[in-house]
Structures are given as structure tokens and as C-alpha cells.
Ligand binder design. Structure first.
Ligand SMILES: Cc1cc2nc3c(=O)[nH]c(=O)nc-3n(C[C@H](O)[C@H](O)[C@H](O)COP(=O)(O)O)c2cc1C
Length: 466
């Protein structure tokens, strides 16, 4: 690469941080002190000027989100760090937490200070044991140290369900409930809100009649790690890397049919082809054919592998950055089977509160299963088309849109593969089963996927081993 000393990590720089003393020795605490010195408005302004965009998937402008919480009228506020990391193909939040939970928690302390939160929460999966342990130790050390403000921070451990990471479901879990997205977003109906709205459960009016929306800030792990750097070095620091629309570095995960799967921090705008190179390229004798950025965006075909990995460039080719987890498939993977596997994942993980989502994802999955098994017909393509049009009707979260965008894109990108399947044939012989790449571990070029996902049922139970 032409870059000097590339890829020059910021968030993943150096060796893993071993404790709070190590964090402080490397400049920890400077960012929080700078935020307090500048005050709330200037802190929010600095984040806005940096151009930082949320790394949880949607790329929403972080400064604008913070200002919205600040300006939401009188009353209680909370700040939440989303460490659920449930997107298939993504391991970057766990890599960051393993490397340095302190910069993430310092970012959370800055966020809590800036929006005037009375408490902060970091929520991760119970099954992410090494990361949870590091977070718990860091919270204790930082509270005892006392230089990160007086806002209490607690760790909440949640279930493995995909929807746990969806912010409206995340708040439900923090309140001790199931990961079922509530109706209104966190800035309108935050943690422990007493307004007479929720999603799943009805809530009685408080005895004193005083209700509150408790606007709550939710930010991703990586977003908050960047916040610490922005406050430590100033907003221009972020803008000195990446692109004008997508400033800074981004921690990407590259998995699937690559020789050396990895998590690596690169400049926003680094081409996908370079990420493939970093991951050791395709297996010998194989050609990479497609790339999926999680299960939330349109498939990227090989003719677009030179696309810069940033929000605007990926949107321009009809896809998206998502949480920067890239899953590559080579010519030994059948696109119909990939579509079936990803659709089944979304069907299983759909919570069922919105009928069009659960029913639609289920119908699409069954049609893809028939096609994949060579038992499908033109009628199944019609079923998929019809359900893709209605799957997002009156839904309360984005999961159904993911199904719509992703499956429609595979149909458009590989029409000849579907045509072959209608004739009972497949271009890939022998076709291999595709396991949705929910990552359980990724280190030293070796990735492990959750093999339990294949036996997970649409009611979130697991089928007994046969
Ligand atoms: C089905 C679904 C799953 C999601 N899972 C995660 C997740 O695991 N981690 C995450 O940070 N954001 C996840 N998100 C996005 C969050 O709802 C939210 O946008 C994000 O945490 C906001 O943080 P940011 O502004 O820093 O990006 C998910 C969204 C959807 C629709």
C-alpha cells in the first residue's frame, strides 16, 4: 500500500491495555478531563465537528444524536453503550473490548457527562465471557479511581438473540425483560420511562401522575472509543483520516472464504480489494464472487470489489457499510444457499411482534429452501417477490428491511442461479451448506462460528441434536 506505515491503528494501537494504570500511562483520562473543562455544549460541538458517525450499523451522526438528547427538555437521562455485537460477520467490538475496554468506558463517561445522564450502562452478551470480565474489572477500577466523574456505570449481561443489539430491544433487556423491540426509539422512550407507552407490556401510570420519557443515548462500542480519541486529540484528528463524509478509521472484520480471517483497523475508504489482500486472499484455486456486509445490506458482487469501504461509496453501489463486518464467498458457494441461510437467520431471529416480518421472512425462507433443494418452481420466485413487498409493513424495527434489501439484492445479482435451481440444477457441484457466520471467536487468523445457530428454531428454542 502507498500509505506510510499503513494501516496505523488508533483504537487498536500497541499491545492490549492491561489495566487502568496502563490506560492512564498511555494518555487515558485526558479526554474526560478535556470534556469537563470545555463543558457540555463544547464537548457535543467537538464530537459534531469531528464528523464522527455511529459505528453500530446506521452511521448516524454522533454529535447530532447527542445534541438531540441534550435538547429533549427537562427530566432524567441515561447513556448506554451497545456492546451486544450480534451482526453476523462482525467481531470488532469484542476485539476492541479485549484490547482496551478503558477507552470505551472513558467514551461512555464523556457521553454521560455531555448529555447530563444520571446513570450509564454497558450491555453485552452473557456468552461474551472474556469481554464481560474485562469490562467488569475496568468499571470497578475506574469507579475506585474517581477521575471519570460520579455517574454510576453498570454492566448488564443479555441473551444471544440478534435483536438484543437493536436499541429498542436493548433497553428492554436492561430493564430485565425479553429482547423485544419497544415501539418508540430511545430518545423518545428511554430507560425506565414512565410514559404510558411501551411496546410489549402495558404500564400503569405512576401513582404520583408524573411521567417521564427519560431520553436515552445509545452508542456502539467503537463509536465511544472514537469519542475518547476526539476529545483527547481534538475533532481535526478524526478528520485527518478517512474521507470527508466518513472521517476517521474503522475497525473491520473480514471473514468467510478468505485464507486469513481478521479484524483490522483501517482508514475509512480503504477498498474492499485491499481488505481481501490483508485477509490473505481467496483459498488456492478459488475466486471470490460475492461479499456481504453483515445481513443488513445488499450483496456486493466481484465487479465492485474495488469499492472504497465507507458509508458514501458503499451506498453509491446500492449496498452499505453496516458494522463493517465483511463476509466473502468464493465460487464454491451457491448464492441460492447463501440467501437461504441468511433469510433463515432473519426469520429465526425475528421476534414475532410484527406479523408481516415473522410471517414474511418465514415464507421467503421456505421458498428459498424449496428452490435450494431443487424442488422449487417459478411460483416460489413469485412468493418471494410478493413477500418482499409486504415484509416491512407496519414493523417496529429494521430487521424486516434487512430481509427485503438483502434477499432482493441476491435475486437481482444472480438471476441465472435461481433459473438453474428452478430446473433442479446448481452451478456449484457439490453445493456446500452455508452456516450463517455468527462469530464466537476470531484470533490469529482463525475464526469460529456459532454452530448452534443452525438448530435454533423460530421460537428461539434449540432443536435437540438428531
Ligand atoms: C436487528 C438489529 C440488530 C442490531 N444489533 C446491533 C449490535 O449488536 N450492536 C450495535 O452496536 N448496534 C446494533 N444495531 C444498531 C442499534 O440499533 C443502534 O443503531 C446503534 O447501537 C447505535 O449506535 P451508534 O449510533 O453508535 O451506531 C442493531 C440494529 C438492528 C436493527
Amino acid at each position: 500500500m502507498a500509505h506510510d506505515g499503513w494501516p496505523r491503528p488508533v483504537l487498536l494501537a500497541g499491545t492490549p491495555v492491561v489495566g487502568l494504570a496502563d490506560h492512564l500511562r498511555r494518555g487515558g483520562g485526558i479526554a474526560y478531563a478535556a470534556a469537563v473543562r470545555q463543558g457540555r455544549d463544547a464537548t457535543i460541538d467537538a464530537v459534531a465537528r469531528s464528523g464522527l458517525r455511529g459505528r453500530g450499523g446506521a452511521g448516524f451522526a454522533t454529535g447530532r444524536k447527542w445534541a438531540g438528547i441534550r435538547d429533549a427538555g427537562a427530566g432524567r437521562r441515561f447513556a448506554v453503550c451497545n456492546a451486544a455485537e450480534g451482526e453476523p460477520g462482525t467481531f470488532k467490538d469484542r476485539a476492541l473490548l479485549r484490547h482496551d475496554p478503558y477507552q470505551v468506558l472513558e467514551g461512555l463517561a464523556i457521553a454521560a457527562f455531555a448529555v447530563g445522564a444520571e446513570a450509564a450502562v454497558i450491555a453485552t452478551k452473557r456468552s461474551y465471557a472474556p469481554e464481560a470480565a474485562r469490562i467488569a474489572t475496568a468499571i470497578e477500577e475506574m469507579a475506585a479511581d474517581g477521575s471519570f466523574g460520579a455517574v454510576p456505570v453498570s454492566l448488564v449481561l443479555g441473551p444471544d438473540e440478534y435483536l438484543f443489539g437493536e436499541e429498542k430491544a436493548l433497553l428492554e433487556v436492561i430493564e430485565g425483560k425479553e429482547p423485544l423491540p419497544r415501539l418508540l426509539p430511545p430518545y423518545q422512550h428511554g430507560l425506565f420511562a414512565t410514559e404510558i407507552q411501551t411496546g410489549w407490556e402495558s404500564v400503569e401510570a405512576p401513582a404520583d401522575g408524573v411521567t417521564g420519557a427519560n431520553p436515552t443515548l445509545v452508542n456502539n462500542v467503537e463509536t465511544l472509543a472514537h469519542v475518547t480519541q476526539v476529545l483527547r486529540h481534538g475533532p481535526e484528528h478524526l478528520r485527518s483520516r478517512g474521507t470527508s463524509e466518513s472521517p476517521g478509521t474503522v475497525v473491520v472484520t473480514v471473514v468467510g472464504d478468505v485464507t486469513r480471517p481478521l479484524v483490522v483497523e483501517v482508514d475509512m475508504g480503504t477498498p474492499l480489494s485491499v481488505l481481501v489482500e490483508l485477509a490473505g486472499g481467496a483459498h488456492p484455486g478459488r475466486t471470490l464472487r460475492s461479499c456481504y456486509s453483515g445481513v443488513a445490506n445488499a450483496v456486493i458482487t466481484a465487479d465492485h470489489f474495488d469499492v472504497p469501504a465507507d458509508y458514501e461509496s458503499l451506498a453509491a453501489i446500492g449496498s452499505g457499510l453496516g458494522s463493517a463486518g465483511f463476509v466473502f464467498y468464493d465460487d464454491s458457494a451457491c448464492p441460492v444457499e447463501v440467501a437461504r441461510s441468511f433469510s433463515r437467520f432473519l426469520y429465526v431471529e425475528s421476534c414475532g411482534q410484527c406479523r408481516s416480518c415473522k410471517f414474511g421472512c418465514g415464507e421467503i425462507t421456505r421458498a428459498l429452501e424449496r428452490l435450494n433443494d431443487g424442488a422449487g418452481s417459478d411460483h416460489d420466485i413469485g412468493v418471494i417477490g410478493a413477500r418482499l413487498r409486504s415484509v416491512t409493513d407496519q414493523v417496529r424495527c429494521y430487521l424486516a428491511t434487512e430481509e427485503q434489501v438483502l434477499i432482493a439484492s441476491v435475486l437481482r445479482a444472480f438471476p441465472e442461479e435461481f433459473a438453474l435451481h428452478i430446473e433442479g440444477r446448481c452451478s456449484v457441484e457439490p453445493a456446500r451448506p452455508i452456516v450463517v457466520p455468527k462469530i464466537t471467536d476470531l484470533a490469529d487468523g482463525v475464526v469460529r462460528y456459532d454452530d448452534r445457530q443452525a438448530s435454533k428454531q423460530p421460537d428461539w428454542t434449540y432443536a435437540p441434536p438428531s
